[in-house]
Design a protein around this ligand. Structure first.
Ligand code: SAM
Length: 288
């Protein structure tokens, strides 16, 4: 089958549509995605917050002994093997790079967007962690294919993450399958703030999401929504940055003006939703 390419970046149309939907971008802007999100290394929850959570729960001691009886030994982080981490839908790779720099963990990071993967590779090299971070351009569903997918033959990971792509219902069983028993997984999603909103929008609340994880047989170690004031300040910062980027791009490429305006409108609507009916949140779970 001949795939039609989305402009010159080698991404097939179906993948371009998935990438576009995941970041609220009209598909015509996918070839300009790095320009649109310039100056924003991370598009989901803060890597600093996630790294601190993982540091607290994913010490070698906790992971190594989660499935063994007896008291845990004193932690000797420097002499133990680095943890192996998987970041699905890694975007520009900021979280992978942060974990490599902070803990010297080894991260396999996958994203469908080749332009983001190029950016991540260059940044990891600049920051001296390219030997710890492997960035691969792939669609997650293809990466999971039984024989030829990137993830088909890899050993189970210590930690798997999906920050800002699929909801818990879809992400939790996948991540749980990819980590070893006792391994951790973390999901960032937007949750309905109450049952009424959940019914109206057909979205899960944080409580629903925790029940889904437990129904899989796994333990929830942490579940929290971002406080409203943090959502507001992040939204204001993001919208200001996106507007600036859109203005610069529109000056250089006037035909893109209406599409960029449409993009900013969508972003404002999404921001309002996150300040009213939905709220970003994180769930950290341990595979039983
Ligand atoms: C909201 S961004 C989050 C990126 C990153 N996790 C972060 O926090 O900055 C969603 C990402 O999912 C990627 N994506 C969308 N669909 C995908 C798929 N089917 N397979 C792999 N990556 C995908 C997009 O390219 C985008 O980088």
């Amino acid at each position: 089958m001949i795939r039609r390419r989305a402009e010159s970046n080698g991404t097939c149309k179906r993948t371009a549509r998935k990438i576009a939907a995941s970041v609220g971008l009209p598909p015509a802007l996918v070839p300009f995605i790095v320009r649109v999100f310039a100056g924003m290394e991370s598009l989901g929850s803060s890597p600093r917050v996630i790294a601190s959570l993982l540091d607290k729960h994913a010490t070698q001691r906790a992971l190594a002994h989660s499935s063994r009886p007896g008291p845990p030994p004193a932690p000797r982080r420097s002499r133990q093997r680095p943890l192996r981490v998987l970041d699905l839908a890694c975007g520009k790779g900021d979280l992978a790079i942060s974990l490599a720099r902070r803990f010297a963990w080894r991260v396999l990071a996958i994203d469908a967007c080749t332009l983001f993967i190029d950016h991540a590779n260059k940044r990891a090299a600049r920051l001296g962690v390219h030997s710890l971070c492997e960035f691969r351009a792939a669609d997650i569903t293809r990466a999971m294919r039984p024989r030829r997918g990137i993830l088909a033959r890899v050993p189970a990971f210590d930690i798997a993450m999906m920050i800002g792509l699929w909801g818990v219902e879809q992400a939790a069983p996948l991540l749980s399958r990819l980590v070893r028993p006792g391994g951790l997984y973390i999901i960032d999603d937007a949750f309905a703030i109450n049952d009424r909103v959940a019914r109206n929008l057909n979205a899960a609340t944080l409580t629903d999401a925790q029940q889904l994880v437990r129904a899989n047989g796994d333990d929830v170690l942490h579940a929290a929504l971002l406080p409203l004031r943090s959502v507001r300040s992040a939204n204001a910062r993001i919208l200001a940055r996106l507007s600036r980027n859109a203005r610069t791009l529109a000056r250089e490429r006037p035909p893109l003006r209406p599409t960029l305006a449409e993009f900013l409108k969508r972003q404002r609507t999404a921001s309002r939703m996150l300040e009213r009916d939905l709220r970003p949140g994180l769930i950290l779970a341990r595979r039983a």
